[in-house]
Design a protein around this ligand. Structure first.
Ligand SMILES: C[S@@+](CC[C@H](N)C(=O)[O-])C[C@H]1O[C@@H](n2cnc3c(N)ncnc32)[C@H](O)[C@@H]1O
Length: 209
C-alpha cells in the first residue's frame, strides 16, 4: 500500500504510526515537525492505516465534506493542494478556522453538503478527490450530489456510518443499500470495514461513472 507523499509512518512511543508535517490541531503527539495522525479519531486515517488504496497524492485538489473541527482535514491539507472543507454546524467551525490559520491551502466553507450549488462558485471543478465523512442520513446522496466537482478520473474517498442511516438495521444490509445507490453514479474500486478503529463504518474508494 502506498501512502500519499507527505504522509509517513514514524515512531511514536516506539510504535509506528501515521504522521503528517504541520502545526498540532487536537492535542496530538508530535515529533519535531511531524504530528501523529490518529486513526481512532479519523476515518480517513483508519482507511490509510488499514492499507486501502485511496489513490490520494501530494498536491491533490480536494473537497472535504464533514470537516467538523478539522481533525482529519488538517492532515489532508498538510500533504494535499487546495483543500475545501465543508461543515454546516457552527459549533466546531471555530476550531476549524484555527486549524486553517496555519494552513494557507485549507479553505473552510460553512455550507450544507446537500446543497452544492451554494459553494459551486467557490470550489474548483475537476478535483482529484472528494473526501466524505458526514455521518448523517442520506450519505450516498451526498456523494452523488458532489460528484460534479470531480475530474473524470477523480476519486470519492468516503466513510459511511451504518447507524446514521438506520440505528436498528444490520450494518451489512445498510452498506449493501449504500453501495447499490453509489453504483448508479460511481464505479466502486475498494471497500473495507473500518474496525477496529471505527465500529460499523464502511470505507469506500470510488471513481465517477
Ligand atoms: C463524524 S463528524 C466528522 C469528523 C471529521 N471528518 C474528522 O475526521 O475530523 C461528521 C460531521 O459532518 C457534519 N455534517 C453532517 N451533515 C452535514 C451536511 N449536510 N453538510 C455539512 N456538514 C455536515 C456534522 O456537523 C459533523 O461535524
Amino acid at each position: 500500500m502506498s501512502l500519499p507523499d507527505g504522509v509517513e509512518r514514524r515512531a511514536f512511543d516506539g510504535e509506528e504510526r501515521l504522521a503528517t508535517r504541520g502545526t498540532p490541531v487536537y492535542g496530538e503527539p508530535t515529533d519535531g515537525q511531524w504530528r501523529l495522525w490518529d486513526a481512532r479519531r479519523s476515518k480517513l486515517g483508519a482507511m490509510l492505516e488499514l492499507g486501502m488504496d485511496t489513490g490520494l497524492s501530494a498536491e491533490d485538489r480536494v473537497l472535504y465534506l464533514g470537516a467538523a473541527s478539522g481533525t482529519t482535514v488538517s492532515h489532508v491539507a498538510d500533504f494535499a493542494g487546495p483543500t475545501y472543507a465543508v461543515e454546516f454546524a457552527t459549533r466546531p467551525v471555530r476550531d476549524l478556522l484555527d486549524a486553517a490559520e496555519d494552513r494557507a491551502r485549507l479553505f473552510p466553507l460553512v455550507k450544507d453538503a446537500r446543497k452544492p450549488e451554494t459553494y459551486a462558485h467557490v470550489v474548483e471543478s475537476d478535483l482529484d478527490a472528494v473526501v466524505q465523512d458526514v455521518a448523517t442520513s442520506g450519505q450516498a446522496r451526498v456523494s452523488t450530489l458532489n460528484k460534479q466537482f470531480l475530474a473524470e478520473d477523480g476519486r470519492l474517498v468516503a466513510a459511511f456510518k451504518a447507524r446514521s442511516e438506520d440505528v436498528t438495521a444490520d450494518p451489512d444490509e445498510v452498506f449493501d443499500d449504500v453501495l447499490a445507490e453509489l453504483r448508479e453514479d460511481f464505479e466502486i474500486l475498494d471497500t473495507e470495514r473500518l474496525e477496529p478503529f471505527h465500529d460499523d463504518h464502511l470505507g469506500v474508494v470510488a471513481t465517477p461513472k
